[in-house]
Design a protein around this ligand. Structure first.
Ligand code: FBP
Length: 552
């Protein structure tokens, strides 16, 4: 692969570390905080994680080292969807491990969790790792969505780990992958194998966060990439003045990405799935609202605008949520019978015969393409693949219909010409922003300190992120602290609770205070491309979400 001029320069960028991690590794010690409890379902989760439940939060402080000097052989995997900065987690981990002792070894298992089962790996060297510093993508070792959950799988992972003499495994992943990390850590702790497991909070979706994890890595870069594109579209809309652009952005469940893009670009409408659910807005409520805004702008002579649609919206609309829940349970309960059906007509009849009458009416009223998309395979964690459901097109169709009806009654007199876009994969492998480059490197570096201090079942944590990296703090949080019980594949399972947009949180409240103006007037803002070099106020800024959450 040839190297672009930007890549060449970025390879030489030295990510910034928090001050505490700039100390010699032998002068950093663990400071124990409070014992923890899971966010809910404490008794059930405690029973499932008897060896790793209730551990204390920890932070690092400058003091005589509490780390072990044993030789470390660490395995690392990238898991789930790509997120900018993944390579830097690995380079940070590698640099810390080699700084502690050149004899330490880092193995990268390829293709996600399945690499640990198939024993597909690469041993990192300076030369190899240097080609990936500060670059986007997960191509250094690849990723995958295989779920590690059965005892058989754990036994295979254990034998692969023992074969290589692994002392620890680092899992770089989202909520589902870190749930797997916790289960694997518990398995190793229960059978006394001594192999530690550490997680790192990845996902562009921004939904792996809580009172300790301020943001997941990749969110910053992905949102800035989408916002650049949305800003460009806004400028085009304002120049041509003839199109309504419906832009779906990724975010499998939570609407954090949509909200952040709205804060950065000030579109006319941004739907927030969590609000739709809380206000129990039906599909028709949403469609009528969009039609009202289109009509209000048309009355000013503005037959153009921008609507941001979060990818996960569809699952928050109450009647569709119930429908999807029923389909999920049916697909899990009738897996064998359903998989033998070969045509869509057969699948449609099979599902319709078993849905409740309300869900049956909702399903049958949807366009065939959307019906097919709702029946597509679930991902290995049992989730509907919302990135493949064309909600933006569905909304355009429904809004057009409502406006046509209003026009026929003489209630509306504008022009509605709409275009659809989907921004998802465009942002997942961008060169990490300075923020993500620094944050990820610090998370990886810190993961090694957790390992060296004998911890397992912890997630690497770096906090204070709205300030510059020097002021960041580093530590770890027990993964079980983030867990609750949820229904997956028709069963109740312990999983990390997804952080949804909080309707009383500062980012949403700010958006809510502005949106009536943005709806009718043209208040677009144009963030432009991510800057890597230049003044700090354009290169090192964090997301608006984090800035509002931390009062910056
Ligand atoms: P992770 O939660 O694994 O980071 O992935 C998030 C995501 O990018 C979602 O935004 C999107 O719905 C999904 O991945 C797409 O998955 P796939 O890459 O399998 O198409």
């Amino acid at each position: 692969m040839s190297i672009s001029p930007l890549q060449k320069v970025r390879l030489g960028y030295q990510p910034k570390l928090p001050l505490i991690l700039q100390n010699d590794i032998h002068q950093v010690a663990v400071k124990y905080g409070k014992e923890t409890e899971s966010v809910s379902d404490q008794a059930k989760i405690k029973a499932m994680f008897p060896n790793t439940y209730g551990m204390k939060e920890i932070s690092f402080e400058k003091a005589s080292s509490t780390a072990s000097d044993r030789k470390q052989v660490v395995g690392v995997i990238l898991s789930g969807g790509q997120a900018p900065g993944g390579h830097n987690v690995i380079t940070g981990l590698y640099d810390a491990l080699k700084k502690a002792d050149r004899k330490n070894v880092l193995l990268g298992f390829k293709g996600g969790p399945s690499g640990l089962i198939d024993d597909e790996y690469v041993e990192f060297t300076d030369e190899f790792i240097d080609q990936y510093r500060n670059t986007g993508g997960f191509d250094i070792i690849g990723s995958g969505r295989t779920k590690l959950e059965t005892v058989e799988q754990f036994k295979v992972v254990e034998s692969v780990a023992k074969k290589h003499g692994l002392t620890a495994i680092v899992i770089i992943g989202g909520d589902d992958s870190n749930t797997n990390a916790a289960v694997l850590a518990e398995y190793f702790a229960a059978n006394g194998s001594g192999i530690q497991v550490i997680g790192c909070p990845k996902t562009i979706d921004g939904d792996l966060k809580n009172d300790v994890i301020e943001t997941s890595f990749g969110f910053d870069t992905a949102c800035k990439t989408y916002s650049e594109l949305i800003g460009n579209i806004e400028r085009d809309a304002n120049s041509a003045k003839k199109y309504w652009h419906f832009i779906k952005v990724m975010g499998r469940s939570a609407s954090h990405i949509a909200l952040e893009c709205a804060l950065e670009c000030q579109p006319n409408i941004c739907l927030i799935g969590e609000e739709v659910e809380a206000k129990r807005q039906s599909m028709m409520d949403i469609v009528n609202h969009i039609a009202d805004v289109v009509a209000a702008r048309a009355a000013r002579g503005d037959n153009f605008g921008v609507v941001i649609v979060p990818e996960g919206l569809i699952e928050f609309i109450p009647e569709v949520k119930t429908l999807i829940g029923e389909i999920n349970d049916l697909l899990a309960a009738w897996e064998v019978e359903y998989s033998s059906l070969t045509t869509f007509d057969q699948q449609y009849s099979f599902i319709m015969e078993r849905l409740t009458s309300n869900s049956g009416s909702v399903f049958s009223a949807l366009p065939v393409d959307i019906q097919k998309q709702l029946l597509m395979d679930r991902d290995p964690h049992g989730n509907v693949q919302v990135s493949r459901i064309e909600t933006e097109k569905l909304l355009i169709m429904m809004v057009s219909k409502v406006l046509a009806e209003r026009k026929a009654k003489g209630e509306y007199n504008g022009k509605f010409s709409a275009l659809s876009h989907f921004f998802g994969y465009e942002g997942r492998c961008a060169f990490p922003s300075n923020f993500d480059a620094d944050y990820c490197y610090s998370l990886g570096y810190n993961a090694f300190l957790l390992i060296a201090n004998g911890l397992t079942g912890y997630m690497s944590v770096v906090t204070g992120l709205s300030k510059g990296p020097a002021a960041w703090q580093a530590g770890g949080i027990p993964i079980t602290k983030m867990m609750n019980m949820e229904r997956r594949h028709g069963e109740d399972k312990p999983v990390i609770r997804k952080a949804l947009v909080e309707l009383d949180g500062k980012p949403f409240r700010y958006f809510e205070s502005q949106r009536a103006t943005w709806e009718v007037e043209t208040c677009f803002t144009f963030p432009g491309a991510i800057q890597y070099y230049g003044p700090e106020e354009v290169c090192d800024i964090t997301t608006r979400t984090l800035a509002l959450e931390q009062d910056k």
